[in-house]
Design a protein around this ligand. Structure first.
Ligand SMILES: [Ca+2]
Ligand SMILES: [Ca+2]
Ligand SMILES: [Ca+2]
Length: 315
């Protein structure tokens, strides 16, 4: 049988080869970052590599977060992790397009990049603490609960915070600090003069909850699922955990949900979710302070402590 071939003039071959690749490239998922949209909203140590936002290498190489931050005591160095400016400039973090433009270009002020750092859903008024790993405006940044509490909060206009700033959300709270004055709600706990306090409607039940933090443009920035070691979980918690994984803000380890095993850890993705069992009214909370890089993303169960005496307004 005669073989079949097409003769292509040599000068056209590279062009044809490039055309043949185009459908493959465009078939990939949407780019997370481009020449005009960097990863800065995800944090100072997130860089753009082949159109994906990834953690820069060794973001917390200084291990400054280990030790003092874990003690449960407001020691004199509580902000060491968040103020760890050296890591921002180390190595590849600034090499590419990650930070170009929005931060230095004289355009609008940068948006803060926040992390969820402490929570108690069992207090009379539920509390959620966040820390700014890079400073900037808060306008439009939102925090949502993805299971059954119907809680969502979007930061109002007018607030700019510095790197290391601590923010406390008071669900069903009574006071919000005025723009420019973090002391305006006073300092009767759980309010504090140094942290930014925001009050809003809403409540969290103390079962399983999944929180996701989004930039003002809706880009996932951080997230965390919480479960208890026993008891009923919201029916949609598995889907919520998997959404955090799809959004690349939580541990990509498969989320096991096999009710037939008989092992509690295999239910409701308990194998990878942060365990907030044992919280006790307003006196204790769980905190994201463990390991050498507790604020790195995607988040991990191992970053979260068990119940500790509350430390609202400091990190
Ligand atoms: Ca509650
Ligand atoms: Ca305050
Ligand atoms: Ca705290």
């Amino acid at each position: 049988m005669r073989s079949f071939s097409i003769t292509v003039p040599p000068m056209l071959r590279p062009r044809l080869a490039a055309l043949a690749l185009l459908p493959l490239v465009s078939a990939c998922s949407n780019p997370e970052c481009t020449d005009t949209a960097d990863c800065s909203s995800r944090g100072p140590d997130i860089v753009c590599v082949e159109e994906r936002c990834v953690q820069a290498s060794s973001p917390d190489a200084g291990t400054v977060d280990a030790g003092t931050g874990d003690s449960g005591v407001d020691a004199s160095t509580p902000d060491a992790g968040a103020d760890d400016a050296g890591t921002e400039d180390a190595g590849s973090g600034d090499a590419g397009s990650g930070d170009a433009g929005t931060l230095d270009g004289g355009g609008p002020p940068p948006e803060a990049s926040l992390r969820i750092t402490e929570i108690n859903p069992d207090a009379p008024q539920d509390l959620i603490e966040l820390v700014a790993v890079s400073g900037g405006t808060l306008t439009g940044i939102s925090l949502k609960e993805l299971t059954n509490s119907d809680f969502a909060f979007t930061f109002p206009q007018g607030y700019t915070v510095e790197t290391g700033a601590v923010l406390v959300l008071h669900l069903d709270g009574s006071c919000t600090d005025a723009p420019g004055d973090p002391a305006s709600c006073g300092q009767t706990q759980p309010f504090s003069a140094s942290a930014w306090d925001f009050s809003m409607p809403g409540t969290l039940s103390y079962s399983g909850k999944v929180l996701e933090l989004l930039s003002s443009k809706g880009v996932p920035v951080d997230g965390v699922p919480f479960v208890r070691a026993s008891g009923e979980m919201p029916s949609n918690i598995v889907a919520a955990v998997q959404r955090l994984q799809a959004d690349r803000v939580w541990d990509a380890t498969p989320c096991i949900h096999d009710m037939t095993t008989g092992f509690a850890k295999d239910r409701y993705c308990r194998n990878i979710a942060a365990d907030w069992s044992g919280l006790n009214n307003a006196s204790s909370s769980v905190m994201r302070i463990n390991g050498t890089a507790p604020l790195a993303t995607p988040g991990l169960k191992a970053q979260w402590s068990g119940p500790l005496p509350t430390r609202w307004g400091s990190y």
